[in-house]
Design a protein around this ligand. Structure first.
Ligand SMILES: *Cc1c(COP(=O)(O)O)cnc(C)c1O
Length: 407
């Protein structure tokens, strides 16, 4: 034989569907190989993720109810009831009037459904669909880029203020006849900055424009933020101008992925989302997904019920105290911030943020740099322990010194 020996089976043509199913041991080897380079949350190397490991109880519940389809409540009324109760608990948590809503695959789907409602609302107001625009501060989540494309809307970005929060007066000045929706963030994922929801809601209400609050990052943080450490705007999700709110249990709610929730203020918006099934006696759908994980509804239910307010309050207090620890470490190492943080995202000024990012990644430390802003973004989560934060800041300081005094 002149040709090289065939590669071991584990690496051989993994894209082919095998004729005969492979043995369990080989499968385990393939899975181990596939995931060998995953960071996971246990290695203390992840500083760029707003998601973290789910609570063990929520993960166990998810595994137990894997076959439940939330898309067919005739077969599975239980998960549908869990979804409804989760909606009530989330509305109670945020203090929103609980007129309706739905569990989604995450913030993206929840935001998409909200924007589809805003577009319907805009058409009903006589707006020209060809010109429909979403108006939002520059830090609006990039899910809105996808949504604007899918719904054929324009996304108009407005400036930030010195704290990296949306400049609401500037946003209001841009609002006009083509504004189908105003979106503000209660915790932008890039910066953690909390927009002035109250001011935007008042203006939206005055003008009859649909206002959506994206609280995918902050929905589980704001209700529990320790008063002494939170100096961002107070967010009133019940303000009359707020038509819908996105919250993401699979982030700071510690539910397994996938779990988002869209909360709706008006029962008519809830009805507007319904699409009738073809089958008599089968429930309407109101989400983008058809077949969807009932396990997710039950797992969010489990997370909320087992932690309760006290459980979340103590987790969030701990996150804020880790953030304070991180800020001290950064200050001691001579770093300055792009802005004082509102929530658990810390934006640090570094020289050459992309080089710093690459140098950290070469050491196995994952941070992030937004394309728009020249700062290093560090997300504080349950998996970012104090020693892990100390190692990160030490590595940052080392790279900053190397840059300033090249050998
Ligand atoms: C995470 C996030 C989203 C998108 O949610 P997915 O769950 O990733 O689909 C939208 N907005 C904000 C503010 C987020 O933090």
């Amino acid at each position: 034989m002149t040709a090289a020996a065939p590669a071991p089976a584990a690496a051989a043509s993994p894209g082919r569907l095998p004729e005969a199913g492979i043995a369990r041991a080989l499968l385990e080897a393939e899975l181990a190989e596939l995931c060998a380079r995953d960071h996971g949350y246990g290695r203390e190397s992840v500083f760029n993720s707003i998601s973290s490991a789910p609570l063990p109880i929520a993960a166990a519940v998810y595994r137990r109810f894997l076959d439940r389809n939330l898309g067919d409540p005739r077969i599975f009324p239980g998960p549908a009831e869990a979804e409804r109760r989760v909606g009530e608990m989330l509305a109670d948590l945020l203090g929103c009037p609980p007129a309706g809503g739905c569990l989604t695959s995450g913030g993206t789907e929840a935001n998409l459904l909200a924007m589809s409602l805003a577009l319907d609302d805009y058409r009903a107001r006589g707006g020209d669909p060809a010109r429909a625009a979403i108006l939002a501060p520059e830090t609006v989540h990039f899910s809105f880029d996808k949504i604007a494309r899918l719904l054929r809307m324009r996304l108009l970005r407005t400036p930030l203020d010195g704290r990296l929060r949306g400049d609401v007066p500037a946003l209001v000045r841009r609002a006009g006849a083509e504004t189908a929706a105003i979106v503000v963030s209660a915790g932008a994922s890039e910066t953690g900055a909390v927009d002035d929801v109250a001011a935007a809601a008042a203006e939206a209400e005055r003008r009859g424009i649909y206002l959506h609050v994206d609280a995918a990052t902050g929905g589980f943080l704001l209700p529990f933020a320790p008063a002494a450490l939170y100096d961002g705007p107070r967010v009133d999700f019940a303000a009359p101008g707020v038509r819908s709110v996105t919250v993401d249990p699979h982030k700071y709610g510690y539910a397994p992925i996938p779990a988002g929730y869209l909360l709706l203020r008006r029962a008519e918006d809830e009805r507007q989302l319904h699409v009738a099934s073809h089958y008599a006696g089968t429930h309407d759908h109101r989400t983008l997904l058809g077949t969807r994980p009932g396990a997710a509804a039950l797992a969010v239910y489990a997370a909320l019920r087992s932690l309760g307010r006290a459980g979340y309050r103590s987790i969030v207090a701990d996150l804020f105290s880790r953030r304070a620890h991180l800020l001290r470490l950064l200050a001691d190492a001579g770093f300055t911030l792009a802005a004082a943080p509102d929530l658990t995202v810390v934006a640090v000024r570094v020289g050459g943020s992309l080089r710093m990012l690459a140098a950290l990644e070469a050491e196995g430390l994952l941070a992030s740099v937004s394309r728009r802003f020249d700062f290093l973004r560090i997300v504080v989560q349950r998996h970012t322990t104090r020693p892990a934060l100390a190692r990160l800041v030490a590595a940052m300081a080392r790279h900053e010194r190397l840059r300033e005094r090249p050998a």
